[in-house]
Design a protein around this ligand. Structure first.
Ligand code: PEP
Length: 253
């Protein structure tokens, strides 16, 4: 870490399955965050839980985020949730381009870019998720793929807007699989991401961008990952659903 404030976010995905369980989990995160003063913490929760979880987190430093958005502001788009709706319930962060949205729900680099710009134009903050598949990793093109996703995802995003962007490097082969990229592999990709950002926006901007690692982060792996100079945080899926695990992760050493 070089002056960047660590940022750890729990991506709850389509979990837990009841409001009661969501509130219980939020209470644990709220308590755990009181001892994690030098880190920004967020929970990225399903739409129906945004309001009650935010209410539960009142008085804590935990931020709240949404997992996706639709780019139209309102209208005949059954099943969609707009950015104005997300903003109006007080979410601060929105995930853009999570690999599950790309693989299961048809997000492309172009739609991810449109979503990201929508978030930024509204003054909210976005986590842009990028990462290669297992085949791409084995072919040795992980940095190339990340570079392309980064360039396409950030197309048209200004230097000033980069203050509100975090990048999450999430190798698809490490998500939910128990396989974590080694700290060295992740650091290699993260420093490449920062170099690309430096070319696009200048080194001073690149040096401020928080780059999270995501992919089976656990209490056992977080300390080593966070010790790497370009790993500034984590986007945590499975382990963010277990209160005591997420508590340990946000209190990384
Ligand atoms: C994620 O979904 O962003 C993620 C990193 O999941 P997991 O930690 O379960 O691999």
């Amino acid at each position: 870490m070089s002056g960047r404030r660590p940022f750890i976010a729990g991506n709850w995905k389509e979990n837990p399955d009841t409001l009661e369980a969501a509130i219980d989990l939020a209470k644990v995160v709220s308590t755990a965050s009181s001892s994690a003063s030098n880190v920004d913490v967020a929970v990225v929760v399903p739409f129906p839980f945004l309001v009650p979880v935010k209410e539960t987190l009142k008085g804590s430093n935990v931020l709240i985020g949404a997992q996706d958005l639709y780019t139209e502001d309102k209208g005949a788009y059954t099943g969609a949730t707009s950015l104005p709706m997300i903003k109006s319930v007080g979410a601060q962060w929105v995930l853009c381009g999570h690999s599950e949205r790309r693989a299961l729900f048809g997000d492309t680099d172009e739609t991810v870019n449109a979503k990201l710009k929508k978030v930024l134009a509204a003054g909210l903050k976005a986590i842009l998720c990028i990462g290669e598949t297992k085949d791409e990793y084995e072919l040795g093109v992980n940095k190339l793929i990340c570079g392309l996703q980064l360039a396409k995802g950030l197309k048209g995003v200004t230097k000033e807007q980069m203050e509100n962007v975090a990048i999450a490097y999430e190798p698809v082969w490490a998500i939910g699989t128990g396989l974590t990229a080694t700290p060295e592999i992740a650091q290699d990709v993260h420093s490449n991401i920062r170099a690309i950002l430096g070319e696009a926006y200048g080194q001073a901007v690149a040096d401020k961008v928080v780059i999270q690692y995501g992919g089976s982060v656990t209490p056992e792996t977080v300390d080593e990952l966070m010790a790497m100079p370009d790993i500034d945080g984590a986007l945590v899926g499975g382990a963010s659903l277990v209160g005591e695990k997420f508590a340990r992760i946000i209190n990384f050493k």
